[in-house]
Design a protein around this ligand. Structure first.
Ligand code: GDP
Length: 367
């Protein structure tokens, strides 16, 4: 019988002919009990990624299929990169199916922030972004916080149907599913998890007791995420593992903050104020006078202002300036995939700089 082997790491179909293509595994390795493609093998054992290309069309096809199923859709977002990890259009793709929204990486949010407040914030934001979730949960897949509740809710809302888990790359979808599996079966890692965005490649089914399944869909790449502009070795700096401690800066008008060399915040006018910066602890924040900022970046990006790395500077996109006048008290200026700065006062004028292609946006303060 010619049975198609599926990689237990990423769910891709295994092939033994072409080492350059997706799903390759040496024939000799397939004699083992569990089949793993070479890519997942290297990732797991050497923490090393091999590039693959899945086109956006493939992702769209997968999303389009969702509407034809009779299922519960579970959408996962990264609470620390809420807008950057938001997949637009899920309500439309879901068709009649209910969507349960799960915010992951709650462990990164300062402990002083109430869970309830964050969930309310997520509800409000998602309605504005066109999603009407049947329920919203906040979890930490890495730490296992609130996984039991989320798992019980999934079981209740699925109502005997299949579950499709969707999310863009790096939101922690694999980690979440691995947790759920542990919850249900007590087994260890089944799906590959890593620092590297885009490692879950094909649909993977985890059977449930009643003959239904939890289906992990591939992570969808949001091209405007900061992660695409950072060297793979530096991804760990923008994929924080610990609670983010805000660093509060007292700024005078005409002062600038650099977040490594990845982003820049100019305080233009509004009097002396304090600005809490929710940026991963590992990223250096450098303060300077606005009048010196351009020169400083020109001379020190890639060394004092890093990441990016020096050898990346030739190809690293230029920082693009976005100017805003703050209209509501407590507004976050969000650097997609990096973090945010809270501006407390109406009328302040600021400029936010991000690499060309990365999004910057304002939102009502999360914290
Ligand atoms: P996927 O691409 O969505 O499947 O994401 P992964 O499960 O591979 O996780 C992406 C990265 O986020 C990895 O570095 C994980 O360690 C990290 N991660 C996943 N869940 C959490 C979490 O709850 N908290 C934190 N701090 N990091 C997480």
């Amino acid at each position: 019988m010619n049975e198609q082997l599926i990689c237990t790491g990423c769910g891709v179909k295994i092939q033994t002919e072409n080492p350059e293509e997706l799903g390759f595994a040496p024939a000799s390795s397939l004699e083992k009990e569990v089949a793993v493609c070479q890519r997942c093998f290297r990732l797991k054992n050497y923490n090393e990624i091999q590039d693959v290309s899945l086109t956006d069309d493939d992702f769209l096809k997968i999303l389009n299929e969702l509407g034809n199923k009779d299922a519960l859709i579970v959408k996962i977002v990264d609470i620390f990169d809420f807008n950057g990890s938001w997949l637009p259009g899920i309500q439309r793709f879901a068709g009649k199916n209910p969507v349960l929204l799960i915010g992951n990486k709650a462990d990164l949010v300062p402990k002083s922030v109430k869970q309830r407040k964050l969930i309310d914030w997520m509800k409000k934001e998602s309605r504005e972004l066109g999603l009407n979730p049947i329920d919203v949960f906040l979890v930490s897949a890495a730490k296992g916080h609130h996984i039991k509740e989320a798992s019980a809710a999934i079981d209740e809302y699925r109502n005997g149907k299949d579950v499709y888990i969707v999310g863009c790359t790096n939101v922690g979808k694999s980690t979440f599913i691995n947790r759920i599996i542990k919850e249900v079966t007590g087994e260890g890692d089944i799906i590959t998890t890593s620092h590297f965005p885009g490692t879950t490649l094909d649909m993977i089914e985890i059977p449930l007791e009643d003959g239904k399944a939890i289906v992990d869909t591939p992570g969808i790449i949001n091209h405007h995420q900061m992660a695409h502009y950072v060297d793979k070795r530096d991804l760990k700096y923008i994929t924080p593992k610990k609670e983010i401690k805000p660093k509060v800066y007292q700024l005078n008008e005409q002062q600038t903050l650099f977040f490594g060399g990845l982003a820049r915040f100019d305080y233009l006018s509004g009097g002396r104020r304090s600005f809490p910066c929710y940026i991963p602890n590992e990223i250096n924040i450098h303060r300077t006078k606005l009048e010196n900022a351009d020169e400083l970046y020109k001379n020190h990006a890639g060394e004092m202002l890093t990441p990016p790395r020096r050898e990346q500077m030739d190809t690293f996109p230029e920082l693009v300036r976005h100017e805003f006048t703050i209209k509501e008290a407590k507004t976050d200026v969000v650097f997609s995939g990096l973090g945010w700065v809270t501006v407390n006062d109406v009328g302040a004028i600021i400029a936010a700089f991000v690499p060309k292609g990365v999004h910057v946006m304002l939102r009502r303060s999360l914290i």
